[in-house]
Design a protein around this ligand. Structure first.
Ligand code: ZN
Ligand code: MN
Length: 258
């Protein structure tokens, strides 16, 4: 096992490794958000961290602790903010967390930073945090940042085999087959298959209203069924994600700087 968890290293070991090997450093980002009665609140950060760790293992990377609070849960992709336990931050807070951590990694001498997002709603605020950090750092930084949503690395062929009746789309996949199967692979002790609800797929209108209307969302918080989830699907997807993310990191950072 080649993965190095940054929070378990001494500062001197970290400093020396960064200086000697110019390793890719992975920063997972997630959320604390309801995921139905069968998955834990920390699912998004647990999965982004697990995916990042297994990609990092393949290419001698370092994994930083996940940013575990995300932007506000939206009804159409996370169920919404009305669920007990869902604990979210304002956009400015998430932007600030990303901006500050990116700047710190640059100060350490990290040149290859990969932000692995596991919560749909975070995407543009992570992007903004990266953009502001690089603006802070220019023109004296050698750091480049890759941002990704881990699910985008699943291939069509895998989606077809995991969803023989048709893929509902990533937004409605909240607490459904992909996340449940990946959790069965990485953290089986945290999954309650006996509590999978029969809700979904949710049928949303093509607009939003504010304040958000909780009756649009199934009471369980699940947007499409998690039935059909299993650890074998989880392992297939986990292997594909780790392999493809590791390959993308290697290819992108080996490419000559423009
Ligand atoms: Zn999730
Ligand atoms: Mn989420």
């Amino acid at each position: 096992m080649n993965t190095v968890n940054m929070n378990k290293m001494s500062w001197v070991a970290y400093r020396d490794l960064v200086a000697a090997t110019n390793p890719p450093v992975f920063l997972p980002v997630g959320a604390l958000e309801q995921h139905g009665p069968h998955l834990p609140l920390g699912t998004d950060a647990l999965l982004s961290a697990a995916v990042a760790a297994s990609a990092a293992e393949r290419i001698n990377g370092i994994v930083a602790p996940a940013l575990s609070y995300g932007y506000k849960s939206q009804p159409k992709c996370g169920g919404g903010q009305h669920f007990c336990g869902t604990t979210s931050v304002d956009a400015q807070t998430l932007i600030g967390l990303v901006r500050d951590t990116v700047r710190e990694f640059a100060r350490h001498g990290v040149k290859k930073l990969i932000i692995v997002n596991g919560h749909y709603e975070n995407q543009w605020f992570i992007t903004e945090g990266i953009d502001l950090a690089l603006r802070d750092l220019q023109p004296n930084t050698k750091m480049r940042v890759m941002r990704l949503e881990y699910w985008d690395f699943l291939t069509e062929a895998t989606l077809q085999s995991v969803f023989p009746d048709g893929f509902p789309g990533y937004a409605l996949e909240h607490a459904a087959v992909i996340e449940t199967s990946l959790m069965l692979h990485y953290h089986p002790e945290l999954v309650r298959l006996d509590l999978i609800p029969d809700d979904g797929p949710a049928d949303f209108p093509p607009y939003d209203v504010y304040p958000l209307n909780p009756t649009w969302v199934p009471p369980s918080g699940v947007l499409s069924s998690a039935r059909g989830s299993d650890a074998v699907k989880g392992e297939i997807m986990a292997t594909e994600l780790a392999t493809h993310i590791a390959a993308a990191v290697t290819a992108e950072f080996e490419r000559a700087r423009p």
